[in-house]
Design a protein around this ligand. Structure first.
Ligand code: SF4
Length: 637
């Protein structure tokens, strides 16, 4: 018997409960491909555990499973964490380790490690079957094979029961593998030789399943939906199944291909949003990235979608070879001038392993970070400062924020207040066990107790520090313990009415976080200088004078008055980063206030509520599509 456990680690988030989109579709395809193999049961680590457990807690769950094989789906955001986990698991359980996923390319030296037994390049199904059925297949150490018919004829793993859409009410549906285009920054076009289209009948059965199960959103995974043969016929069938538009559909498309007929069919089928790569309007940049674009047709196609209520979400890239700051600004203007600024995503160029840009980086004059997410830091046309200027310009011109700070959640109690000095840890239940999401440091707690709790932290977690104890050395010891056990887990440290300004540099030096952390690169342009991005510091005080507003620092007013604030009162704290509403008003009164004020207040202010249950309610009201309610049921520890 060869038991396999497949794991996909999420993009790190800075708010507990925020959706991660970490749906293990690749693992489900492997499980489905191996379903008929005798003696090789395949399990997938449940999404809620993979997404919301801190490093130590997740490692303990994986160790308990003790399979003969651990498989990891590796992306740039989880490469280093997957290496860390797999090494610990190899040492603890002696299991074999398989790495697959987009990050596993022949030229990616960062992924190489002696404890990894096998690397799968490209599609995994056929190689996975071979590894589970031929003992000799492991000796090669790496392999690639087209999934071919296995993919084309496979039904969606949701229908086979290998995936459920429960956590985020979102279904991922693979319609195509491979891409006919050859964009220089992209690896996807190289991950397999040809293009394979999923059978239409299977796709329609999956859509019918989603409609029947009342799934909110279905994302068609397809680099360019318009490439599909007989697309219009497929759309007519989807529209028939989705009559009444019970599900919302999302995908990616080349805007130039959208004529009036296609736009009508997409709208009738229930499409709501398309990601559309423009990347740049600079002819030299478009040429160097091998992405010819007819700009007039692009605009016409995107506007046709918009006219039918479908949001065209336009992607732009900063730092492309052949482009410069002025060229980038012209691309932003182009989007705004044509009324396409409703939803714009702007990425710094990433020099991904396996891509043409990686191979030609010297020739193209690209300087980039050599660790994920491989962000370009300078090029012939962009100085390091130009990236910040580019984001500043885009934020002003498009009236958008591209690097928001995490949502404000400084809730610290459950139910009526007994005072911060009596407050205890706040926990959530995941997979039948309790885990600590808010660790309370409001008294001297034995370090042994902290060591035990450090193995039961969520991802991310908060350390809530009361006015007592004010001993900085004690706090540093606590944080050294929690971060040593959880070196990849982001955290927030919240100080309630501290006697002095928290010495954040000293605290950062005491942390045992793995550096550079993925968020250090991913959120590099949040502040002018690169640096710590995985730790947020928040100060909560009744004193409204500004005294804590540096990098990754925010200051929140502690509203402890008996009455609830009106919008005018909230306006008095606009110079701060938010308000914690902590009144003795009844829960019913606060719920009523939230219902009345949600829209206006959430648009204008960052608000938090002291009671964690009311905080959860607020997050779900203010950001209805962003949080997973079922993993946010709080208990006291
Ligand atoms: S960026 Fe999109 S269109 Fe270009 S090669 Fe990659 S998947 Fe294809």
């Amino acid at each position: 018997m060869t038991r396999v456990l497949l794991t996909q680690l999420p993009i790190p988030r800075q708010n507990y409960g925020r959706k991660t989109g970490n749906i293990p579709l690749g693992a489900a395809c492997l499980k489905q491909a191996a379903r008929d193999l005798p003696g090789a049961p395949v399990d997938i680590l449940p999404e809620h555990l993979a997404a919301y457990l801190g490093d130590a807690a997740l490692l303990d769950r994986l160790k308990e499973a003790k399979p003969q094989v651990f498989g990891f789906t590796v992306f740039s955001w989880n490469l280093e964490r997957s290496l860390y986990f797999s090494e610990k698991l190899k040492n603890a359980c002696g299991s074999r380790i398989i790495f697959g996923g987009p990050e596993i390319t022949a030229d990616n030296a960062l992924a190489r490690a002696p404890h990894v037994d096998f690397y799968v390049h490209g599609e995994g199904e056929a190689v996975f079957r071979r590894l589970l059925s031929e003992a000799g297949a492991w000796s090669a150490g790496r392999g690639a094979a087209s999934a071919g018919e296995l993919f084309r004829t496979a039904e969606s793993p949701y229908l086979s029961g290998f995936l459920d859409a429960e956590l985020e009410n979102l279904m991922l549906l693979e319609t195509q593998r491979g891409c006919p285009f050859r964009c220089g920054f992209c690896f996807y076009n190289k991950s397999q030789a040809g293009i394979a289209f999923a059978d239409e009948e299977n796709l329609l059965r999956a859509i019918a399943w989603a409609v029947e199960k009342r799934i909110d959103e279905v994302y068609l995974l397809d680099p360019s939906l318009n490439v599909r043969p007989r697309l219009k016929r497929l759309l007519v069938e989807i529209a028939r199944l989705n009559a009444g538009q019970r599900i919302r559909l999302f995908s990616e498309i080349r805007a130039e291909a959208v004529d009036d007929e296609l736009a009508d069919l997409l709208a009738a089928a229930g499409f709501n949003w398309f990601e559309i790569g423009l990347q740049s309007t600079n002819p030299e940049a478009l040429k160097l990235m091998n992405r010819p674009t007819r700009l007039k047709r692009f605009v016409a196609g995107a506007q046709r979608l918009k006219a039918r209520g479908i949001t065209p979400s336009i992607d732009l890239i900063i730092g492309l070879p052949g482009d410069d700051l002025r060229g980038f600004m012209r691309s932003v203007d182009f989007v705004a001038d044509h009324g396409l600024q409703d939803d714009v995503q702007i990425f710094p160029l990433a020099i991904l392993p396996g891509t043409d840009f990686r191979r030609r980086s010297r020739e193209l004059g690209l300087r980039f970070e050599n660790h994920p997410p491989y962000t370009v830091t300078a090029s012939r046309g962009f100085s390091p400062e130009d990236f910040l200027l580019a984001y500043d310009y885009a934020e002003t011109r498009l009236d958008a924020v591209f690097f928001p700070l995490p949502d404000l959640d400084v809730s610290w109690r459950l139910g009526a207040a007994r005072g911060l000095a009596q407050a205890v840890d706040l926990q959530v239940r995941l997979g039948g066990a309790a885990y600590v999401a808010k660790l309370m440091v409001n008294r001297l707690r034995p370090l042994e107790e902290i060591r035990r709790l450090a193995r039961r932290l969520t991802q991310p977690y908060q350390v809530l520090v009361g006015p007592e104890p004010g001993d900085m050395n004690y706090l540093k010891k606590i944080l050294a313990i929690t971060t040593a056990e959880n070196p990849f887990t982001p955290l927030e440290i919240v100080f309630f009415e501290p006697a002095e300004r928290p010495r954040t540099r000293e605290i950062l030096a005491a942390l045992k976080l793995r550096r550079p952390h993925f968020l250090d690169g991913d959120l590099r342009f949040l502040f002018p200088k690169p640096g710590n991005r995985a730790v947020v510091f928040t100060l909560v005080s009744e004193n409204p004078e500004i005294r804590f507003q540096g990098e990754m620092e925010r200051q929140v007013y502690w509203w402890r008055k008996p009455e609830l604030p009106d919008l005018e009162a909230l306006g008095r704290f606009e110079h701060l980063d938010g308000v914690l509403i902590d009144t003795p008003a009844s829960a019913a009164a606060i719920r009523g206030w939230q219902d009345r004020s949600a829209k206006d207040a959430a648009e204008r202010y960052h608000l938090s509520f002291a009671d964690a249950a009311l905080q959860r309610r607020w997050l779900l009201l203010a950001s209805p599509d962003e949080y997973v309610e079922k993993i946010m049921t709080w208990t006291q520890g």
